[in-house]
Design a protein around this ligand. Structure first.
Ligand code: NAG
Length: 360
């Protein structure tokens, strides 16, 4: 073997061994990988050029705080991963007969989002084709080119999840353009979701605590729905979101480091008469390639900023695009951080099991 060949052999051999340092479900967080099957359970093989070279195993599931600890605290003492525009899914088949021309915000189906631990879904509801559809907005009217599909399909997936996960609670946050009287009530009824409905009468006023999660589970009142249309609280008993929640600015204006202003519809974040806090952190136009970075350290920093703006309250909901894109822990680690902070004052919910020593 000549020198050139030997060097080439060593280079090829070295890269071969690096690429195969682990495989068959044994690759750990941030190990190099070539397929999802290489990675341990709870991880998948993904790229993030801003964060690391090549493809590595990154997180794909949340830590279920109820299973890790217990569910005996009020609902507002926990944090939940929230998928922004959960219905706007890459490759979602056209249901209109014409190709869709609009952006997407997520890659996974609703069922996958829920199975991976998303517990709040943001959905945009419209009157369309004599039915209720999920759609990207076009001046408050659903456009045939931007429609995703009937809300019923998505709600049925949520019903199936609640039926097979009897201890889990799902929150739906509707950007609601439906004008049809009882349009939402009818579609929730058709989907078989009314039996899980958490009643308005049990939602706390004036900043009081929510019911205990354990009681919500025992009563099977495990679906919380908020609408952005104020009138529906009286007409259909669907909670008007900003009576119960404060929320920061969404889109690019909500991503300026060090500031966490409220969105127009919401009270200021420090209004403690609303018991729930939601933090949005996603670009105005979703860009998948940028999400891995924005879902990582920048998101954690914003959650700290919003904690200050919200009168020292940690977010209950953290809403992102492409929730699985990250530099390693991403939106899952951010939610684990929030639950750690909320439940025991630690920076990770896992530390609550062993009592962390980092109270700050
Ligand atoms: C449930 O978990 C919380 C948070 O760790 C803890 O403060 C509480 O004591 C636990 N309750 C029960 C009944 O174990």
């Amino acid at each position: 073997m000549g020198l050139f060949k030997s060097v080439l052999f060593i280079i090829v051999f070295a890269s071969f061994t690096v690429a195969n340092a682990c495989s068959n479900g044994q690759c750990k967080l941030l190990d190099e990988c070539s397929s999802n099957e290489d990675c341990e359970a709870g991880l998948y093989c993904s790229s993030c050029p801003q964060g690391f070279s090549g493809t590595r195993c990154v997180r794909t599931t949340i830590t279920d705080q109820f299973k890790l600890l217990n569910n005996s605290l009020p609902f507002n003492k926990y944090a939940f991963l929230t998928t922004h525009n959960a219905f706007a899914i890459d490759g979602y088949p056209s249901h209109t007969g014409v190709p869709r021309v609009t952006f997407s915000n997520q890659e996974d189906s609703i069922t996958q989002q829920l199975n991976n631990g998303a517990r709040a879904l943001m959905l945009d509801t419209y009157d369309f084709e004599g039915d209720i559809w999920l759609c990207h907005s076009n001046g408050g009217k659903c456009n045939i080119f931007t429609a995703f599909g009937p809300a019923l399909d998505t709600l049925k997936e949520i019903e199936a999840f609640l039926a097979s996960n009897p201890s889990e609670i799902v929150t739906l946050i509707l950007e609601d353009y439906v004008e049809t009287p009882n349009g939402l009530t009818n579609v929730f009824t058709s989907a078989g979701l009314m039996k899980y409905w958490f009643p308005l009468s049990k939602m706390p006023q004036n900043g009081k605590d929510w019911p205990l999660v354990s009681d919500m589970v025992a009563n099977n009142q495990r679906l919380i729905v908020f609408t952005s249309k104020r009138a529906k609280q009286d007409t259909e008993g669907i909670a008007y979101q900003w009576n119960y929640m404060v929320e920061n600015q969404y889109g690019n204006d909500g991503m300026k480091a060090g500031s966490c202003p409220n969105r127009g519809e919401s009270s200021p974040l420090d209004d403690k008469s609303k018991s729930l806090v939601l933090v949005n952190y996603f670009y105005s136009i979703p860009i998948k390639q940028l999400s891995c970075e924005s879902n990582s350290g920048d998101l954690i920093n914003m959650l700290h900023t919003c904690y200050g703006s919200a009168a020292n309250r940690w977010a209950n909901f953290v809403a992102v695009d492409y929730y699985k894109k990250s530099e390693g822990g991403g939106s899952f680690q951010a939610t684990d951080m929030l639950n750690g902070r909320l439940l025991c004052g630690c920076d990770d919910v896992h530390a609550c099991v062993v009592r962390c020593s980092q109270h700050t």
